[in-house]
Structure formats: C-alpha cells, structure tokens
Design a binder for this molecule. Structure first.
Ligand code: PEP
Ligand code: CO
Length: 485
C-alpha cells in the first residue's frame, strides 16, 4: 500500500476533530507516545483476527461490551473485575446456548475518546466546549476544564496500560477458571429467575468438568483461563498513529494442515484456543498496537474522510458502525476501500439502526454485502439507535427496544441465510440504573438512583445477563433442544 502511511489521514477532511491551542505541547505529547511500548502485540492481534474469521464463517460468536466512555477513574480493581466477571458470565451463557466458542472483546483500556453531536454546550448560561472524553478534556462544566489538554493523551496511555496490566494479571491468576464460575458472583440485586437459570448452566458445566477431570482431560489451558481482547473507537487519530507500527516479519506461516485441522474440528473451546493461538509470526504490515480491535464510529465513516484513510492501512481486525443513514452502495464502497482483498472476518459491521428502523435497513445491507463477495462479521449494537430522553431530560434506553432490535437482527440474518456473529453492548458490572425495563422492572422514576454514566446509558449486570439468555435461547431453539432451563 504505497500511498498510505500512519499520517496520510492528515491530508483528508476530518470530522470530530479536536483543536488544541498549544501545538508545541501536542508535538511533545506525540513524541512521548511514539517512544512508549505497544499495549498489545501484533501476534495477539493476529490471533483475534483468526477468531473473527471463524465468527464470520459461523463457527464462533463474538461478545463485545463495556462502557460508553471509560474514565481514568475506572482504572480501579473492583471496576475492572466487575466488568470481566460479567463478560465471563455472559459468555458462559452464550457458549451453552450457541454451542460455539465465544470471542470476548471488551471496550476497555482505551475507550476514552467520544464523538459528540454538538461541539459546544451551554451550562447555566455559560457556553463551553462539550466533554470529548477523558483523553481530551475534563468533564467538569467550566470552560477551563473543557479546554483540550494534550497531556491527557499521555495520561490515557498510562491508564490504559495499568488497566490492561491488571486485566492480564487477573486472567493469568485464574479469575476466568471454569472450575469456579459461581465465584464470579452474581450481584445481590439479580432476579431469582435469572439466578436460577445461571446456576443451572453452571451446574452442568461443573458436572462436565468433573467428568473431564476424572478421565484426565481437563489439563487444557482453555479450561483454566480465557482470552479477553481490548477495543476502542479509533477516534483520536493523533493518538492512534503513534501506536501504529510496522511489523517486518515474513508472512504468516500458519500451515495448511493446521488450518484444515481447525476447519474440520468440532466447536469445542479447547480446540479453538489451540488453533487460534498458533505462534507463527504475524504477517508484515502496520498494526495499531493501542488495542487489538478498533472501530470507526457512525459519525466518522465517510469513504473519503480521514478515519477511513487511517483504518484502510491497518492490519488489525476493524469495526465499522452502521446507522440508518448508510446506503447499500456506500457500504460496499467502504468495504472495498478498507478490505480490497476481501479477507474473511477482517471487518466487523456493527449495525445500530434502532428497533423501529432495523427491518427497513438491515435486509438491504445484507443483500448488498452478499452480492459484493465480502464476508464480514455481522454484529448487532442494539444500544446506539435506541437512545432517548425522558420528559425530565435524562438520557436512557428502554430494555424492550434493545431486546427487540437484537431479536429482529437474529431473525433477519437467519431469514437471509446470513449469520449474526455477535453483539456489541454498553454495559457495566455495577448495579447502575441507566436503562429502563428488564426483569428488574426499572422505571423512569428509578433512573436517578444510580445514574453514573458520563456518556450513554449502560445495561447493568442483570439486564446484560438477560440479553445473553435471549441470544442463547434463540440458538438453543435452532439446535432443536428443548429450552428446559
Ligand atoms: C459508541 O459506540 O459509543 C458510539 C458513539 O457509537 P456510534 O458511533 O454508533 O454512535
Ligand atoms: Co455510546
């Protein structure tokens, strides 16, 4: 790709740009970032890419979730553990339901930068810049705090590094050990029916593991730990370019026999892991080592814009958010631009139309992509098209809308011979009250109890698990097994 470099995006028109008033300080921050070690390695990125290829082929499911806007303050043991445990619980339910390996990607360790619908806001009569994320400016509503501060870019790196360090340490110390899924803890506010369903799945897993241990088959790493990949929106291109580094190794040597062993293998998580963690060197190319997976937001996905220019040069698996304003032609043009070789699973299309609009847009998008010969991962984000405000001005989402968009996505893909490979959620492991509805019956009046988000409303633990059960139930039906739990 001769006409591309990590900085070629600067020649293109950019949306959601940040204007700093001290260019020297920006330069100093970027110089510092360029010298710091990568947060993730190309080998890990390639491993995720292989997993996502299998998702695109219908052999695995991807669960992606985390905060809308991560804050530096979330770099904290309890918050990280709560999020990890929730993702583990949800993936256990999904593995049981879909009978497929689940690829876990967290919106964590770098999900700071936020696109905003308006560059400014007026608080108590004072007009100031909008909050753009902890890596750009402060949340406090004063013009001074809202001034973009380039030293926050460096701070973002160190908070990401500390978060990731603890995530890796917790995983390697056995937080994800399948022998103890009950220790992952269900919050005290969980509804009895969800708790019961979850415990029944755990009992089945425990029985199977006991049997495997008896016959000596539980020594695989997959039983004792799992991979959790990191992701964020690649919005702040100044930051991303600093971590985009050339990998010079020879082409990937994954042997044919290894490939075919995997393709013909059963869907057991253990085999999946073995095949996906092959240690052949990653192919030559530019890897954005700030996270394993990056996505382009719905507001910055213009085919001739800076973000698409930057993303088209990356070897990482990438996501593109797709809202109702996307046309089928534009979608195919975008895929041709970021993935001209039509690599399977390289691109994840993250659809977020809204419950009342999905039926109007998704079928046309699926048909156009099928005709184009691209095979992306289709992922449903049932959050961003369903945001609304209560009469008193609180931003919320109705659980029934979220559930409805997800259910329609499952059905539309099935009807069109396509495959919904995953879901993309804004969630937190804490018992927040930000989305209305769900089995807990949260009402609009109850929202103020624990409304803590700094951006979009997130699902709490119990609402997130309920969604996992919905998807699991859908696949159980497909397997024609009675849903007896
Ligand atoms: C997000 O994922 O937080 C987001 C801003 O999404 P979108 O680009 O789909 O609006
Ligand atoms: Co959001």
């Amino acid at each position: 790709m001769e006409d591309w470099s990590p900085t070629s995006w600067t020649t293109k028109p950019i949306k959601q740009d940040v204007t700093y008033d001290d260019p020297e300080a920006v330069k100093a921050a970027l110089e510092k970032l360029k010298k710091l070690p990568p947060l993730v390695t190309p080998q890990e990125i390639v491993n995720l890419k292989k997993c996502l290829r299998n998702v695109a082929l219908g052999k695995a499911f991807v669960l992606q979730g985390g905060d809308c806007a991560e804050l530096f303050d979330y770099c904290n043991q309890d918050k990280i553990e709560a999020k990890v445990k929730l993702l583990l619980q949800m993936s256990l339910v999904l593995i049981w339901g879909a009978n497929k390996p689940v690829v876990r990607i967290a919106r964590i360790a770098g999900q700071f930068a936020k696109p905003r619908s308006s560059p400014t806001e007026t608080v108590d009569g004072v007009t100031m810049l909008s909050f753009r994320g902890d890596n750009i400016n402060g949340f406090a509503a004063t013009p001074e705090s809202r001034r973009p501060d380039p030293s926050r870019l460096v701070s973002a790196y160190f908070h990401s590094a500390a978060t990731l360090n603890y995530l890796r340490a917790a995983l390697s110390s056995g937080i994800a050990d399948l022998h103890s899924p009950l220790d992952w803890g269900l919050g005290h506010v969980i509804t009895p029916s969800i708790k019961q369903k979850y415990e029944r799945i755990v009992n089945r897993v425990t029985d199977s593991l006991r049997f495997m241990r008896t016959v000596g088959l539980d020594r695989d790493r997959g039983v004792h730990t799992v991979d959790i990949y990191t992701s964020h929106e690649g919005l702040s291109l100044e930051y991303e370019q600093c971590f985009t580094r050339l990998m010079r190794h020879p082409p990937d040597a994954l042997s044919e026999s290894e490939e075919s062993r995997f393709s013909s293998s059963s869907s057991s998580t253990a085999r999946h892991r073995r095949a996906s963690s092959t240690s052949s060197p990653p192919p030559r190319g530019y890897y954005d080592t700030s996270a394993h997976f990056l996505w382009i937001g719905d507001r910055t996905r213009q085919v001739n814009g800076a973000h698409v220019e930057f993303f088209r040069g990356l070897s990482n698996p990438i996501g593109i958010k797709i809202g109702p304003t996307m046309t089928a032609e534009e979608l195919v043009q975008l895929l041709d631009t970021v993935n001209p070789s039509k690599e399977i699973g390289k691109v994840t299309l993250i659809t977020r139309y809204g419950a009342s609009k999905i039926a109007q847009h998704l079928p046309g998008h699926i048909a156009a992509v099928q005709k184009s010969g691209h095979l992306p991962v289709w992922q449903c984000d049932p959050m961003h098209g369903n945001t609304q405000s209560t009469p008193s001005g609180i931003k919320t989402r109705h659980f029934s809308d979220i559930m409805s968009e997800l259910k329609q996505a499952l059905e539309i893909h099935r009807a069109m011979g396509s495959f919904l490979g995953g879901m993309h959620l804004e969630l937190t492991g804490e018992a927040v009250t930000e989305c209305v509805g769900g089995a807990g019956g949260l009402t609009e009046e109850g929202l103020s109890e624990r409304y803590e988000t700094f951006c979009d409303p997130r699902l709490n633990e119990k609402q997130a698990l309920e969604l996992a059960f919905l998807v699991a139930g859908f696949y159980r039906e497909e397997l024609e097994e009675p849903t007896d739990i």
